[in-house]
Design a protein. Structure first.
Lengths: 203, 670
């Protein structure tokens, strides 16, 4: 994904005419990809819903979940959407310094979320829920693992933007690259809202 | 005309931005224009299309040989050519190869080559991603086929029903190759899908509104949308299977409470749109061929478009008709039964429109048209047997018998394959600059038609007599002998027909120098790709074509006289572009797509055999992506037709101004 964002200016240079939809190629590609990703998470969530109560042994959802802890890490992730929006707003204004700060903050908040997830997985594992222990374990780790992977990829994208910015390659002319990474980031957050509700909150 | 105005700052700004970016890339972009290097580093949609087509034909031959082995095994009762185990592998690989490695990429070949040309674009939206799709598909295809030498092919059928595909019931590495190989080709399809969807939406020439796009482009667009949404579902299914097999997860482990129906649902939610992914490009192809050879515009263009869209939508609501025998309950069965009958309606609309286009036309029975008529008739037979499956009580009798095999070969071979073969004959002169021989073409058609019906026609009877699919042999005395023998004879006849096709290619090429060249528009056609010289030059159109109506090219050649009759007003040569690419700006080639694509099978082998290889693959993937991102941007120092006079970086900004000035001239002339 990193390359899609970075490719934006190159792609624009490739082609003579303005896009027929008024949305640049890179941004439209991100939208289409996110549409596709909806079905990825849709399938994973359906799988989880089908399987979560079918375990024949080992701990179930209610035995391991620590709702207050996950609520805090969810809050952290949602706040990162706010900082992401601020990052986009600052680059549109041409405020490169602030943009850098907000990108770094967003990446850091994402990192905290991932840290929380690692802690959570370790705790669950200690409490006896391994990946292969039962069918709930397989479904839970796969779904949240895929989400964690998406967040991690997002962090890599943010760090790439940060590196570009530090090298002086991320001015207001490339605000769209930040916006595109922002689209991805918000999407991943929204998916987490669904996962948090469906997996953790609804018994 | 407002549509043609292109503010030059739109162009100048981004390219100016690019120029200031310091090229971090360790390697300069490759420059080869000819030889194998030009092919492996190309980002040209036409070369990529040709490579898709060539690879698809190679896989078609492999899949065809597998089919012949199956038919040889079943020619007579109690044969011992294949063991039960080997038979499972052969029919599984036949299915996978034909669907994922032959028919899908053949569609991709036409779509890659034709979409940018039909919408008047210079290339696809993301040329490097396009190359990535192709190489990833090829890597995945080769990966799948290497399973033969690494412990045996997949043996669970292309549908891979759980829990048969678990380690217990399928202990060889075959199903690992299936899960990971299809994952890789899935990445290729997804990337290609995103790319072509954006291309169709964004890259259209001035005036090319959605409802002026040729039907082929429309059908391809629907196909790509289906791919974008269907691929993630099979990806999830394949991930679950991979995790089960490699990491002992419990998704399909019935002892742990799993529900094997989960696989069937996920697979068919992908699988049913998939059949439309196979057939829609072929529908598009015949919708281009029929009007040209009946010398009439397509009948009911909006109906053609909307029925395609309707098929695309309804294709998502019929998946469970593959599962009538799996115990999904009477309400589900009834609902899916009805929706399946409904989806026959838009398909019927298309059949009707093709016939109405032919009706009263000045028909030339050329090879492309013969294949198109082949599609209409054969697909109708397959469609009708499909409707009999929609009737659930009948389906419970038919399911898992040869009747089903007959049905899906009539739609995929009789439908998709006939369409593609017609497409080969139709666009061959455009792509390669010489005609395929008509006489051999007709021999090819009739052999295919007869061989095809001999092979799959009798399977209807065999199925209704109760002969089961997927069983490696049958006993004497059930009345299966005669029709099986006939089917085997037919299969070899199909093989012969393809031999004729390949001979035709070679012979026509050899004879081409002594024949007159086809010129830009050999068939007196209607869409924009015929406005370029044959073969299409690297830059496609000299200038953006300006589109004012459906069948733009046709209307530039013909106008109404006082009586309202269409009379020629210009020859194709006058209307077509001369092929001067000096004003075009081409994307530079790149080898990073190849590097990234090669990383995928390495990761695959690694997951199966040794994680060290996977780590290497991961490193290659990462390196490839970094190289991709840091590659110096396309380049002004690569002029399309050799005028090397500009050495300053500002040249890119100047060039488009020339082009737009020229455009204004064109409009002024109008």
């Amino acid at each position: 994904m990193t390359d899609t964002a970075v490719e934006a200016p190159a792609a624009a240079a490739d082609h003579g005419h303005a896009p027929a939809t008024g949305i640049s190629n890179s941004k439209l590609a991100m939208w289409v990809y996110l549409g596709s990703d909806c079905l990825l998470f849709g399938s994973l969530i359906s799988t989880y819903l089908l399987l979560r109560h079918r375990s024949v042994e080992g701990p179930g959802p209610q035995d391991v979940f620590d709702i207050p802890f996950t609520s805090v890490s969810s809050f952290v992730l949602l706040m990162s959407s706010l900082t992401m929006a601020l990052a986009v707003a600052s680059i549109v204004r041409g405020d490169v310094q602030r943009n850098r700060a907000w990108l770094a903050t967003t990446a850091m908040l994402g990192g905290v979320f991932i840290g929380g997830q690692v802690y959570e997985f370790t705790t669950f594992y200690r409490e006896g829920l391994g990946y292969t222990t039962n069918i709930f374990g397989s479904a839970f780790y796969t779904l949240t693992g895929f989400h964690g992977l998406h967040v991690s990829v997002g962090i890599v994208m943010l760090m790439s933007l940060l590196v570009m910015s530090i090298r002086g390659n991320l001015g207001p002319d490339k605000a769209e690259a930040v916006e595109i990474v922002g689209l991805y980031w918000h999407f991943v957050d929204i998916v987490w809202i669904v996962i948090f509700t469906v997996v953790y909150l609804i018994p | 005309m407002a549509i043609v105005e292109r503010p030059s700052d739109v162009l100048a700004l981004p390219s100016g931005g690019v120029v200031t970016q310091s090229p971090l890339g360790v390697f300069a972009r490759p420059r080869a224009k000819t030889g194998w290097r030009a092919w492996v580093t190309t980002v040209d949609h036409k070369k990529i299309g040709i490579m898709y087509g060539a690879s698809a034909l190679v896989f078609l031959v492999i899949g065809g040989i597998e089919a012949l082995i199956i038919r040889a095994q079943l020619a007579a009762p109690g044969q011992k050519l294949l063991s039960a185990d080997l038979y499972n592998q052969v029919f599984t690989m036949h299915g996978i190869t034909m669907i994922f490695l032959a028919v899908m990429p053949m569609g991709a070949a036409f779509m890659n080559y034709l979409i940018p040309l039909q919408i008047g674009a210079r290339d696809v939206a993301f040329p490097r991603l396009n190359a990535l799709s192709f190489w990833t598909f090829l890597a995945g295809g080769i990966f799948l086929n290497t399973s033969w030498f690494l412990g045996g092919g997949p043996d669970g059928g292309w549908f891979a029903y759980a829990p048969n595909t678990g380690v217990i019931f399928s202990p060889s590495h075959g199903m690992d190759f299936y899960a990971i190989g299809l994952q890789i080709t899935g990445i290729a399809s997804l990337v290609g899908g995103v790319n072509l969807v954006v291309t169709v939406l964004n890259m259209r020439a001035p005036g090319m509104t959605l409802m002026r796009m040729p039907v082929f482009t429309w059908m391809s667009f629907v196909t790509q949308v289906l791919l974008v949404f269907a691929m993630p579902v099979i990806s999830v299914a394949l991930f679950l299977l991979t995790f089960d097999r490699l990491f002992d997860a419990n998704f399909f482990n019935v002892a742990q409470g799993a529900d094997p129906l989960l696989w069937e649902h996920l697979f068919w939610i992908f699988g049913h749109p998939e059949v439309y992914i196979l057939i829609l490009p072929a529908f598009g192809i015949v919708s281009e061929i029929i009007p040209v050879f009946s010398r009439k515009p397509i009948f009911g263009y909006p109906f053609m478009v909307f029925s395609g869209i309707a098929i695309g939508f309804m294709g998502w609501g019929v998946w469970a008709h593959h599962m009538f025998a799996s115990g999904i309950g009477p309400i589900s069965v009834a609902a899916f039964s009805v929706s399946t009958m409904f989806i026959a309606v838009p398909t019927g609309v298309k059949i009707l429109n093709w016939m109405a286009t032919l009706w009263g036309g000045k028909i030339t029975f050329s090879t492309p048209l013969l294949f198109s008529i082949g599609l209409i008739t054969m697909f109708t037979i397959g469609g009708l047997s499909g409707v009999t499956h929609a009737v659930a009580p009948a389906d419970t009798q038919q399911t898992d018998t040869y009747y089903i095999v007959a049905h899906f070969h009539y739609v995929i071979f009789g439908g998709a394959m006939f369409g593609f073969l017609g497409g080969f004959y139709f666009w061959w002169p455009k792509v390669f600059g010489y005609f395929l021989d008509e006489k051999l073409g007709k021999v090819h058609f009739w052999l295919t038609l007869i061989g095809f019906n001999l092979t799959f026609g009798p399977m209807h009877i065999l199925g209704l007599q109760g002969m089961s699919r997927r069983i490696h042999t049958y006993r004497d005395g059930y009345g299966f002998n005669l029709w099986n023998l006939v089917a085997t004879v037919g299969a070899f006849m199909i093989a012969l027909s393809f031999l004729v096709f390949f001979v035709n290619i070679v012979r026509s090429k050899r004879r081409a120098p002594s024949l007159p060249p086809p010129g830009p528009d050999p068939w007196d056609s209607r869409s924009l790709e015929w406005m370029t010289p044959s073969p299409t030059p690297e830059h496609n159109f000299d200038d953006d074509p300006i589109v004012t109506q459906l069948d733009e090219f046709w209307h530039r050649k013909y106008g109404g006289d006082e009586d309202g009759r269409m009379v020629p007003i210009a020859t194709a040569e006058e209307v077509a572009f001369p092929g001067d690419g000096s004003r075009s700006h081409l994307p530079a080639p790149s080898y990073w797509p190849l590097v990234v694509a090669l990383a995928f099978p390495l990761i695959g082998y690694g997951l199966i055999f040794n994680l060290v290889i996977a780590a290497l693959g991961g490193a290659a993937l990462l390196g490839g992506m970094v190289g991709w991102a840091l590659e110096p941007p396309d380049d002004e120092d690569l002029p399309p037709h050799g005028h090397d006079d500009h050495d300053d970086d500002g040249s890119a900004a100047v060039e488009p101004e020339v082009a737009s000035a020229d455009l204004e001239e064109v409009t002024a002339g109008d």
